[in-house]
Design a binder for this molecule. Sequence first.
Ligand SMILES: *[C@@H]1O[C@H](CO)[C@@H](O)[C@H](O)[C@H]1NC(C)=O
Ligand SMILES: *[C@@H]1O[C@H](CO)[C@@H](O)[C@H](O)[C@H]1NC(C)=O
Ligand SMILES: *[C@@H]1O[C@H](CO)[C@@H](O)[C@H](O)[C@H]1NC(C)=O
Ligand SMILES: *[C@@H]1O[C@H](CO)[C@@H](O)[C@H](O)[C@H]1NC(C)=O
Ligand SMILES: *[C@@H]1O[C@H](CO)[C@@H](O)[C@H](O)[C@H]1NC(C)=O
Ligand SMILES: *[C@@H]1O[C@H](CO)[C@@H](O)[C@H](O)[C@H]1NC(C)=O
Ligand SMILES: *[C@@H]1O[C@H](CO)[C@@H](O)[C@H](O)[C@H]1NC(C)=O
Length: 467
Amino acid sequence: MNMVIVSAVLVYFLFFPTYPTFLPTACGTATTTTRARRLVAKLIHRDSVLHPRYNPNDTITCRAERAIRSSKVRLTYLLQHNLRGTTYSNSGIPNDRDAIWDPVVADEGLMFLANFSIGKPPVVQLAAMDTGSSLLWIQCIPCTGYLHPSTPIFDPSKSLTYANMSCKIFCKNLTRCQCDQFDHVTFRKRYVDRTNINGTMATEQLVFDTYDEGKVAVPNITFGCAHVIQTGLKRGSWAGIMGLATGFRSLARQFGNRFSYCLGNISDPTYNYNHLVLGDGADLQGYSTPFETIHGHYYITLEGISIGETELQIDLRVFARTSDGGGVMIDSGTTFTFLAKDAFVLLANEVTNLMDGIVNRVKGNNIHPGELCYNGVVTRDLVGFPVVSFHFAGGADLVLDPASLFYQRTMDTFCMAIGPDSILSGNYIVSPFTIIGVISQQNYNVAYDLEQKLIYFQRIDCELMTD
Ligand SMILES: *[C@@H]1O[C@H](CO)[C@@H](O)[C@H](O)[C@H]1NC(C)=O
Ligand SMILES: *[C@@H]1O[C@H](CO)[C@@H](O)[C@H](O)[C@H]1NC(C)=O
Ligand SMILES: *[C@@H]1O[C@H](CO)[C@@H](O)[C@H](O)[C@H]1NC(C)=O
Ligand SMILES: *[C@@H]1O[C@H](CO)[C@@H](O)[C@H](O)[C@H]1NC(C)=O
Ligand SMILES: *[C@@H]1O[C@H](CO)[C@@H](O)[C@H](O)[C@H]1NC(C)=O
Ligand SMILES: *[C@@H]1O[C@H](CO)[C@@H](O)[C@H](O)[C@H]1NC(C)=O
Ligand SMILES: *[C@@H]1O[C@H](CO)[C@@H](O)[C@H](O)[C@H]1NC(C)=O
């Protein structure tokens, strides 16, 4: 990769989560690091004022319902996908015979949109960041069928840096590489919602912002140019999907095997500091935990959960990795967190006890099966509520304060943002599984090092990483 690298001196203020106190206390440890210039893509949440489909009239209830629906859809996909398994061909390019089912394309998807540009002159694109798939594809001209992206559709004929990938060269030694009559490598993707995408593989330059308001162009990135889109979707908002899993053609692989994202307050539509960093400039900070990929998903080892100072007595076998997708997955596209049922029950009991006398349980709701809901307002009524900590192998923790443990369901009720894996019981579940969703990753920088196979968690305000 011929990246233009300019050293920059950046000062980080590292914030360490303090023990179950409730106001995050800054220890103010400052370190100075010299780094590569960072390739940054702003991440835009579905409820953000920057999102193309932001609607100021959306109520709290409406946003919560959207998050519930989309989490269930994403869960369905993840489980179906695990049961089917994924067989990537050695080209790393998804094609018909791989018959993989990828994340739902539906606009309900709450995946973060990554803002970057492609081509020369650069054209802005918003692609959904997905740690569960391994190809960057965007919609291209000419196109049959549309996702109706909010950004201009990329026209390869207007870019000086676009190149088709030649089958003769690229597919020479590869099995299951598919070609068309023009000697171009083709790709095809099918999604859970039956959206079909096909197109040609190509190379292009991608252009990213840097924190000092500069731009860096990275040449020769392999991506999929989608020319045929069959979808029932009426209103899209994004141009494609940015795959960051561990497959051969993943952007993560093409950018030096590392990336990091930082997520702040997702309930705040004006929060403007969520971002993704690709490549050497990724922020590999904090404690790390080893990961393993199964069916293209990132699995980590959960060794315990505590609430306040109470360690839950969980039989750790419920977190064991199994070949059918059981285990603990971290995901960038599920809003809520789902816990293996036996662990969920212990956590829910403890939460129920702690809530006793503080707020009233909302009984008999069918809002979100198995979920704990209460009358009240998270930011008003839960001041002083103990944090919940997920303890991962290697000493990395995710600490959930009330705004990560609960979400406002309506104006005057809130619910636990963690549900049991049995929410989809019957159809897909073979082994207990746990999915660490976006809501639990709020206020963290999460970094992926594909070479060392480590994921880093650093509790931080993303705003502090932007200067
Ligand atoms: C929001 O509601 C106002 C008043 O009902 C309406 O005029 C406006 O079109 C709505 N905006 C959107 C984006 O739906
Ligand atoms: C994406 O980034 C470009 C350039 O940095 C900016 O002009 C544009 O407003 C951004 N789009 C959104 C939706 O934030
Ligand atoms: C890429 O292939 C298409 C035909 O599939 C062709 O029209 C176009 O000119 C090619 N682009 C380049 C830069 O070779
Ligand atoms: C390509 O094919 C040749 C001959 O079959 C083989 O010796 C070589 O190892 C292959 N290279 C790769 C990268 O698979
Ligand atoms: C892409 O879709 C078109 C129209 O459905 C079809 O003719 C073509 O064969 C497809 N290409 C691939 C690679 O699947
Ligand atoms: C582009 O990258 C591929 C590997 O992904 C490499 O084989 C090719 O030589 C590169 N082309 C240029 C012009 O750098
Ligand atoms: C997150 O955003 C919501 C909505 O703007 C706000 O009420 C809440 O106080 C914010 N939380 C934090 C910790 O800033």
